[in-house]
Ligand binder design. Structure first.
Ligand SMILES: Nc1ncnc2c1ncn2[C@@H]1O[C@H](COP(=O)(O)OP(=O)(O)OP(=O)(O)O)[C@@H](O)[C@H]1O
Ligand SMILES: [Mg+2]
Length: 360
């Protein structure tokens, strides 16, 4: 076998590859395999190099049967568990036999599978709680509280709340799955986002005032055009203002501000900056990066009491990403939080204006 040719061939492969000779010693391995198994392994027995029983059995199987075998290899890299799919294949040349062990990093697939399992567990848990309560009350209404009309009214009230909660959860899940599915399709309708924000503020103002607070809007009266989906933009505003009301102080002022910036560095162009600022307890910096994860709640008990499912910001994140925008969260414990959304402004009307700085 032409060892030099083999070595250069194997070093050109971008995934980890180890070649083992008939004498059960490592003939060669590429840079990626060195990262995984270590230095100075050429000439060593494959048993001390590959170590894990599943992969050793596979190599042995290839030597004894001449047929390819698959296995899995578990490693760790920078404190993170990694998984590799391993294919061990016979290689025959010039009367010599060898085994080629090729590894493919499948960690991202494993993580995806884990995320899916966590998601199903979370959904089941969220549905199970109200469902258990409903079943419990049905049983009580059939038995002990059968002829107690006061208890019946009270229980029916609770049952309605629990059923509404399940309904909301299912609606939010459907909404999340729809926005996730559409995320790569940029909306092509031209919409006035300032008008949408105005209408979201008008709709939610009574809710803020019911809690003894105020909701104010600082914006120009001019339209601000973006390429967007009006229902989804309405949902973003509703979710952010709803959070500001729910997690803010009761006598607070919530400010929604809209500003157009001719050049927003993070979007490399003109953008509209929408801020929703509350005067609540604020959010610990530890939690901020995780707020947009599905079902993530800082204070589980409080959010649940408010009827929250922890899906609101996950939906917001996907909608903003579909609109090619960005979201930022600034918060100071004890002072309040500010959720900033940046959306690219539709440049069409600007381009029609005569020359000037805005015409770029
Ligand atoms: N303005 C805010 N101030 C303080 N904490 C907030 C604020 N907005 C969100 N959070 C925290 O982030 C968590 C996630 O928010 P998200 O909107 O995704 O879920 P939720 O409000 O619990 O439920 P849902 O929006 O589905 O009703 C909340 O549970 C809350 O702990
Ligand atoms: Mg919310």
């Amino acid at each position: 076998m032409q060892v030099e040719f083999l070595k250069s061939l194997i070093s050109a492969i971008p995934t980890p590859v180890v070649m083992i000779g008939r004498d059960e010693k490592v003939i060669t391995l590429n840079e990626k395999a060195v990262e995984l198994f270590g230095q100075g392994l050429i000439g060593r027995s494959y048993i001390t190099v590959l170590r894990q029983p599943a992969i050793l059995d596979a190599v042995e199987g290839v030597f004894s049967t001449g047929q390819p075998r698959d296995a899995r290899f578990f490693g760790s890299e920078a404190g993170r568990e990694t998984t590799f799919a391993v294919r061990c294949s016979p290689v025959i040349g010039d009367g010599e036999a060898a085994v080629l062990v090729a590894l493919e990093d499948t960690t991202h697939l494993e993580e995806l599978g884990q995320m899916r399992r966590d998601f199903v567990a979370n959904v089941s848990h969220e549905l199970k709680t109200p469902l258990t309560a409903l079943l419990g009350f049905i049983e009580t209404l059939r038995g002990a509280a059968r002829d107690d009309s006061a208890a019946r009214d009270r229980f029916l009230g609770i049952m309605e709340r629990e059923a509404t909660r399940m309904n909301r959860l299912v609606r939010d899940l459907l909404s999340l799955s729809r926005v996730e599915g559409e995320e790569r399709m940029r909306p092509n309708e031209r919409v006035d986002v300032a008008a949408i924000i105005g209408s979201a503020v008008d709709t939610l103002r009574p809710m803020a005032e019911d809690r003894g607070g105020r909701l104010t809007l600082a914006t120009t009266t001019d339209p601000v055009w973006v390429q967007g989906d009006p229902d989804q933009l309405m949902q973003v505003m509703t979710n952010l203002i709803d959070n500001a009301i729910k997690y803010g102080r009761s006598d607070q002022t919530i400010t929604v501000a809209v500003q157009v910036s001719p050049r927003e560095p993070s979007l490399r162009g003109p953008a509209v900056r929408i801020e929703v600022r509350d005067q609540g307890d604020g959010i610990d910096p530890l939690h901020i990066p995780r707020l947009t994860e599905r079902f993530y709640r800082v204070d589980n008990h409080r959010s649940r009491e408010m009827g929250g499912t922890g899906l609101g910001l996950a939906i917001v994140k996907h909608i903003i990403s579909r609109h090619r925008g960005r979201m930022r969260v600034d918060s100071e414990k004890g002072k309040g939080s500010c959720f900033t959304v940046l959306l690219p402004v539709d440049q069409a009307p600007i381009a029609r204006q005569p020359a000037g700085p805005a015409a770029r």
